[in-house]
Design a protein around this ligand. Structure first.
Ligand code: HEC
Ligand code: HEC
Length: 432
């Protein structure tokens, strides 16, 4: 209905013209709209009116309709599915139990960081759903866990400039609405700057504020990490089991970590059960929430089994004031990759810089956009993605959409933590 009204207002001319057929009073209305003074209404006959009505409805077609600012918008194909039950690995890194075991130790071992104080698990800990309850991360020279994490004093290390994703289900990154994905080219990070879990795994090790620290340069750190791992007998054994007689290399370190990450799945949410055929798995209000989610326009970007189109969009998320400079996103365009909406219970605070503490605030932000308001002074609403300007969200829809989003949580994932790691350093780094 909303769409119909919108469509009538943008096509007032064509909508009102047929009325002229129904007599002088109606002709006057058309005339008063100032739309068409020159048409000689008398010539209108009933068939003409019918044809015009048909034209109106053809123009109201859902696809490629004009958006609120009059630009043509290409609507994506939208469909949803349960996540696959198992995961595909790239041909050059087949999964094996030995490799996953090795990768698990490496994931929890701060030996991979310059100052031996940060592990992958520092920011991606199972107790936080492999994400972090912190707006932007603190890596090197940090102490404490989750929202209590802070820098040690003195400190000369900057904040990590973005919010940590959950590693859960990243094995499916890039999956499309037909469940196709390629583990070799899977997009990683808010700005897609790495492809595949294998290549992603080396980035935090090389980044000053995440794991590297000030004692090593980007090229030195990888060599240093290999040297350290080679010196630990238990790792030598684990590598031998995982990669036969191959040498311990940085590539094999990244392959083992990626193989472990592919075991971190949360693909049995109630929504997955519903999509696999259990119609009772969602409550009535969650089902209504799902319909609203599609109707108001969220699904234009959040679609497919991960609820992400894996495309980049400009939304005008406010900047995080802890950072000295604005985060300009992909190609300085302020675009970021659509976030997955799975396991939102663990990914708060939300957005690339953790700007919003809870889902209510995220929805209020989208409501502002739908009223044409920008919350980022650097981004006037004209710069927003056409698909987000299409949103028709109002307060009354929010709680149902949020209740639907909660059905995408799956708490039943691997929460086990190794008791110790081969280096003997504190498991998961300095998180006490
Ligand atoms: C200091 C905190 C920190 C540490 C340590 C850390 N990460 Fe992250 N991780 C982040 C942040 C922040 C992001 C998002 C960064 C971005 O997108 O620019 C991220 C993103 C990721 C992603 C991308 C997920 C996606 O959907 O795109 C993966 C995978 C990942 N990290 C795995 C790892 C692995 C493996 C390690 C260890 C080698 C690691 N992380 C170490 C904070 C951390
Ligand atoms: C134009 C595409 C688009 C539309 C439409 C859209 N989103 Fe988003 N969504 C994104 C992008 C892109 C991000 C990441 C933005 C960022 O961090 O800067 C995001 C982030 C989110 C997040 C944060 C997830 C996290 O873990 O941080 C939530 C929640 C969310 N969207 C829900 C919704 C809901 C609900 C709607 C409908 C009211 C909606 N989105 C409409 C593209 C879209």
């Amino acid at each position: 209905m909303i769409r119909l009204v919108g469509c009538f207002s943008s096509l007032r001319y064509w909508c009102l013209l047929p009325l002229a057929h129904f007599g002088p009073k109606f002709r006057k209305i058309v005339y008063n709209f100032g739309l068409l003074q020159s048409v000689r209404f008398k010539k209108f006959r009933f068939p003409t009116a019918l044809i015009l009505i048909a034209v109106i409805f053809a123009n109201c077609d859902n696809k490629n309709a004009k958006n609120k600012v009059g630009k043509k918008v290409r609507r994506p194909s939208i469909s949803f599915a349960a996540l696959p039950k198992s995961v595909r690995s790239p041909d050059d890194n087949p999964a094996s139990v030995e490799k996953e075991l090795l990768g698990r130790f490496l994931f929890y071992d701060p030996i991979l960081s310059g100052n031996k104080d940060v592990a992958c698990a520092t920011c991606h800990h199972p107790n936080n759903g492999y994400a972090e309850f912190l707006d932007i991360s603190i890596g090197v020279n940090g102490k404490g866990f989750g929202s209590r994490r802070d820098f040690r004093i003195p400190n000369d290390i900057p904040f990590v400039k973005r919010n940590a994703h959950s590693v859960l289900n990243t094995a499916f990154n890039g999956i499309d609405t037909k469940n196709h994905y390629n583990p070799k080219t899977a997009p990683m990070f808010w700005d897609d700057r790495a492809k595949s879990l294998e290549s992603q795994a080396l980035e935090p090790i090389k980044t000053l504020e995440e794991m590297r620290g000030r004692d090593y340069s980007e090229t030195e750190i990888l060599k240093e990490v290999v040297k350290r791992v080679k010196n630990i007998p238990e790792y030598r054994k684990l590598f031998h089991n995982a990669f036969d007689d191959e040498e311990i290399t940085i590539e094999n370190i990244s392959k083992a970590i990626a193989a472990f990450e592919r075991t971190l799945l949360a693909n049995n949410s109630r929504f997955d059960a519903y999509m696999r055929g259990d119609s009772e798995a969602l409550s009535i209000s969650e089902k209504d929430g799902f319909e609203l989610f599609k109707k108001v326009g969220c699904a234009n970007c959040h679609n497919g089994p991960m609820f992400s189109d894996y495309k980049s969009h400009v939304l005008g998320v406010p900047e995080n004031k802890k950072l000295p400079l604005p985060d300009r996103g992909i190609g300085d365009s302020f675009a970021f990759r659509t976030a997955s909406l799975r396991n939102l219970r663990f990914t708060a605070p939300y957005m690339h810089n953790g700007s919003f503490n809870d889902l209510q605030r995220v929805l209020e932000f989208y409501e502002d956009i739908s009223f044409g308001r920008s919350r980022n002074p650097l981004l006037p609403k004209e710069k927003f993605d056409p698909l987000v300007r299409e949103l028709e969200l109002s307060v009354k829809d929010m709680s149902q959409i949020i209740s639907f989003l909660n059905s995408l949580n799956d708490q039943d994932f691997d929460k086990s933590i190794p008791e110790k790691v081969p280096s003997g350093l504190p498991v998961a780094g300095n998180i006490q």
